[in-house]
Ligand binder design. Structure first.
Ligand code: F6P
Length: 323
């Protein structure tokens, strides 16, 4: 392998820059050139290629977002779009790829790696933590700390006004952000797609919880379909408990930004360097993650088919500790 192309794709996640840096610096360590591909698959098809060196990744380990930019690309779903992208890689003498992103990114990488003779490995970069093959994805730790920080602030005002807050967090169809942050903020209840708490379950928790509570927080995962989003949950809670002064807060894209946490920087650095070593060792069509502190190789096929599940003990914990 002489020239590795690296790109970020799908939703950005804090720590993607640390991953790009690790790929570039590890490749240089082994005497391999690196080409940065801007705007994910979209930029690949359009030939948005930039040669990278040690200096081009200076001073980025602490920065949120991605210096290579990112995009969600429909064109890459078509055979012509992928052929076009491959021609650009050949033209720029890129002979291996590191794709940084989530399951959408790896779905594209899997098809591409099977269609054309180019080794592709992936790094798990998404705040959702919804991939198997790694204990944590790059960006998840930072995102949950952002959520905890925000919910702690909401708790201050909720407590001052004796209010109930419905807080919606991201995660697409996964409740992993909601579950962990629910535990960490002492939420009174959580609604996540993986558990069937339902409206009745939520009402019960609010009804039979301690009466002398002066503030209440309900964390709702964006993918939960109990009522169709936080506003609808809020409306129904207000209807059922007219005495609770209820407010809604949707945290939104602040969860995707900010300086990556130490955990995300270290994770990104480890898997970034491991990706380069994996390509040298002949790996292809695999995601490089960390399981129990060890580098783990998971076929794209498997990583995208199976979402990381929820530990039922964690759900029980919310119920047990928030009484
Ligand atoms: O996958 C990361 C994520 O932030 C999800 O949690 C969310 O559902 C989605 O991306 C939002 O995507 P966009 O920024 O394109 O609206």
């Amino acid at each position: 392998i002489k020239n590795i192309g690296v790109f970020t794709s799908g939703g950005d996640a804090p720590g993607m820059n640390a991953a790009i840096r690790a790929v570039v610096r590890a490749a240089m360590y082994y005497g391999i050139e690196v080409t940065g591909i801007r705007r994910g698959y979209d930029g690949m098809g359009k030939g948005e290629f930039v040669p990278m060196n040690r200096k081009s990744v200076s001073n980025i380990i602490q920065r949120g977002g991605t210096i290579l930019k990112t995009a969600r690309c429909d064109n890459f779903r078509t055979p012509e779009g992928r052929k076009n992208a491959y021609e650009q890689l050949v033209k720029h003498k890129v002979d291996a790829l590191v794709a940084i992103g989530g399951d959408g990114t790896f779905t594209g990488a899997k098809v591409f790696g099977n269609e054309f003779d180019i080794p592709v490995v992936g790094l798990p970069g998404t705040i959702d933590n919804d991939l198997v093959g790694t204990d944590f994805t790059i960006g998840y730790d930072t995102a949950i700390n952002t959520v905890v920080d925000a919910v702690d602030k909401i708790r201050d005002t909720a407590e001052s006004h004796d209010r109930l807050f419905i807080v919606e967090v991201m995660g697409r169809d996964s409740g992993l952000i909601a579950l962990r942050t629910g535990i960490a903020t002492g939420a009174e209840a959580i609604l996540i797609p993986e558990s069937k708490t339902g409206l009745e379950g939520l009402f019960n928790r609010l009804e039979f919880g301690r009466k002398d509570k002066t503030s209440r927080i309900v964390i709702v995962a964006e993918g939960d379909d109990t009522a169709g989003g936080a506003f609808e949950v809020g409306r129904l809670v207000q209807e059922k408990f007219p005495n609770y002064d209820t407010r809604i807060s949707i945290l939104g894209h602040i969860q995707r930004g900010g300086a990556p946490s130490c955990m995300d920087r270290v994770l990104a650095s480890r898997v970034g360097a491991a990706a380069v070593e994996a390509l040298r060792d002949g790996h292809r069509n695999e995601m490089i993650g960390l399981i129990n502190g060890e580098v783990a190789y998971t076929p794209f096929e498997h990583a995208i088919k199976h979402h990381q599940g929820i530990d039922p003990n964690m759900i029980k914990l919310v119920e047990m500790l928030s009484m």
